[in-house]
Design a protein around this ligand. Structure first.
Ligand code: NDP
Length: 451
């Protein structure tokens, strides 16, 4: 590896012990930048890489709240304001018990590159809390969100930092967070959060955007490789949350057959094709488990997850696999099974869902690989479109937003493809995404001086 890259990576590892996800994300990006670093000798004296791996600001805070039994609970909240080089800090909030500093930093770091790829003026950030909304009453979730925002509000604003949803943060949570922000600020700053409901300043097609965008990217990748299409392809999708449900919807619209979806307990395999309306009812309305699908489709199969390294969903034969649940959910063991079953393409809907060794294995076996920071950028891109509608005090139609999203995803694919070709790694869209994004960031860094 290039000496400068190696020394930055070593220093980053030493400075951030016990942060495996963060180191995994940094390693993946830095190693793929080798040809760009070699071509520019001013990056090292200007400490480009040292500056990009260090967040501009990290905030952690206490979130006390009272549960329905009257007991006081205390959680830990985070906001990592990673980079404001090309726009206000922008990135989602995750509420999940696994949230910690390493996960926040990996997500914030990835977000800088993703947002740069979108071609829109948004910086990178991420936040969240180790709070688990699962099994909590609406009132508990509301009290928690109010306490979380009572601290977060002082760090955010429509031109400063604009959070959105992520795992465990959907329309309900965004509503409670926005209500509390507005109350504290005594003003209607619609653009402070995205993912809002349509009734108070949200954007049509934001809910669908990440999943739809993933399929638009997949469509372009298939087209660029022997003019293939989604029609008639078998698809498996892990997760059954926001990203997974709308990836399923768009894949079905393109004539693909989605045969499996999952949650953290297990997966449903329906050879006749997933009944999406039922899955939405279970997940969006009832907040139930995928297993509940069996109540109406007795011939479908339920496979419980016993070992996350060998998740049952990846043992099912498929043409296209879409990991849309969480980080490191697709292991080398699973990748081997996918390849043995003849998988054609893998598209990351979740952030960093594929382990590093699994990516390498898939690429060695000529599986087309769509990397998260490009393939799932549709969500944040549509969030930026929501921000512009809020600034204009105007609404675009669903069709207008969807057409913009489609154009953005098509352009992102082209940027990844061109960067990979230019830097001698044609077909490696993961490297292409990192290189294309880094070039945007590097230009802004050079222009703004040492900050
Ligand atoms: P949701 O909370 O709507 O859904 C998450 C899904 O993933 C659920 O089915 C959940 O199952 C499953 N899941 C979560 N944690 C685990 C785990 N440890 N093991 C197995 N399954 C798990 O989240 P989203 O759909 O919004 O987000 C999914 C992924 O997409 C995340 O990686 C997120 O960062 C990424 N993403 C989301 C964007 C968005 O716009 N929402 C934008 C870009 C990326 P269960 O109910 O059992 O927990």
């Amino acid at each position: 590896m290039n000496r400068y890259l190696e020394s930055v990576l070593e220093k980053t590892k030493a400075k951030n012990p016990n942060e495996p996800e963060f180191i995994q994300a940094v390693t993946e990006v830095l190693t793929s930048l080798e040809p760009v670093i070699a071509a520019h000798d001013d990056y090292e004296p200007l400490a480009f890489l040292e500056r990009i791996v260090e967040p501009e600001r990290m905030i952690t805070f206490r979130v006390p709240w009272v549960d329905d039994k009257g007991q006081v609970q205390v959680n830990r909240g985070y906001r990592v304001q990673y980079s404001s080089l090309i726009g206000p800090y922008k990135g989602g909030l995750r509420f999940h018990p696994s949230v910690n500093q390493s996960i926040m930093k990996f997500l914030g770091f990835e977000q800088i590159f993703k947002n740069a790829l979108s071609g829109l003026p948004i910086g990178g950030a991420k936040g969240g809390c180790d709070f688990d909304p699962k099994g909590k009453s609406d009132n508990e979730v509301m009290r928690f969100c109010q306490s979380f925002m009572t601290e977060l509000y002082r760090h955010i604003g429509p031109d400063v930092d604009v959070p959105a949803g992520d795992i465990g943060v959907g329309a309900r949570e965004i509503g409670y967070l926005f209500g509390q922000y507005k109350r504290i600020r005594n003003g209607y700053e619609g653009g402070v959060l995205t993912g809002k409901a349509i009734s108070y300043g949200g954007s049509l097609a934001r809910k669908e955007a990440t999943g739809y965008g993933l399929i638009y990217y997949m469509r372009e990748m298939l087209k660029a490789n022997n003019n293939q299409t989604l029609k008639g392809k078998t698809v498996t999708i892990s997760g059954s949350g926001n990203v997974a449900l709308y990836a399923c919807e768009k894949a079905q619209q393109y004539g693909a057959k989605v045969v499996a979806m999952s949650d953290s307990n297990g997966c449903i395999y329906d050879k006749n094709g997933i009944d999406l309306e039922l899955m939405k009812q279970i997940k969006e309305v009832e907040r139930g488990r995928v297993k509940d699908y069996l109540r109406e489709h007795k011939n479908a199969e339920y496979m419980e997850t016993v070992d996350r390294d060998d998740a049952p969903i990846w043992t099912i034969p498929t043409d296209i696999a879409l990991p849309c649940a969480t980080q490191n959910e697709l292991s080398l063991t699973s990748a081997t099974k996918l390849v043995n079953n003849g998988v054609l393409a893998v598209g990351e809907g979740a952030n960093m869902p594929t382990e590093a060794e699994a990516i390498e294995y898939l690429q060695k076996n000529d599986v087309l690989f769509a990397p998260a920071k490009a393939a799932n950028a549709g969500g944040v891109s549509t969030s930026a479109i929501e921000m512009s509608q809020n600034s204009m005090r105007y609404y675009y139609s669903f069709e207008e937003v969807d057409a913009r999203l489609d154009r953005i995803m098509t352009n992102i694919f082209k940027s990844c493809e061109e960067a990979a070709e230019k830097y001698d790694c044609a077909g490696n869209y993961a490297a292409g995404a990192n290189i294309a994004a880094f070039r945007v960031i590097a230009k802004a860094m050079r222009a703004q001086g040492i900050v």
